[in-house]
Design a protein around this ligand. Structure first.
Ligand code: SF4
Length: 105
């Protein structure tokens, strides 16, 4: 019996992919996170708290250039992440519309 190994498709995280319409870029500065837990409480599908006490942006990548954790999301994922960003006490979460350059939060 042969088993075919399932290939795991990587999500385009650092590419602005028009096919997936992930035009919103979340940038998270982990260094300034104070561990309030707000983001994980209001947007648990994208944010979790680590044992270290800091937040983790799920499926994000660390960008060496910006020194920030980054992740692209689509329109359907924007509202909850905006609430998380707006509720972050040290303002360490930012969202930008890459199509227009508009700072969402
Ligand atoms: S809301 Fe901001 S400060 Fe609070 S845990 Fe999330 S990222 Fe950290």
């Amino acid at each position: 019996m042969f088993f075919r190994k399932k290939e795991k498709k990587e999500e385009p995280i650092l590419e602005n992919d028009p096919a997936t319409k992930k035009k919103y870029l979340i940038q998270y500065n982990r260094k300034t996170c104070i561990g309030s837990g707000t983001c994980a409480a209001v947007c648990p599908s994208h944010w979790v708290m680590e044992e270290s006490g800091k937040a983790k942006l799920i499926n994000s990548q660390f960008n060496e250039e910006t020194q920030l954790f980054e992740k692209r999301i689509d329109e359907t994922q924007l509202a909850d992440n905006k609430v998380a960003a707006d509720g972050c006490p040290p303002n360490c979460i930012h969202i930008t519309n890459e199509d227009t350059g508009e700072k969402i939060s």
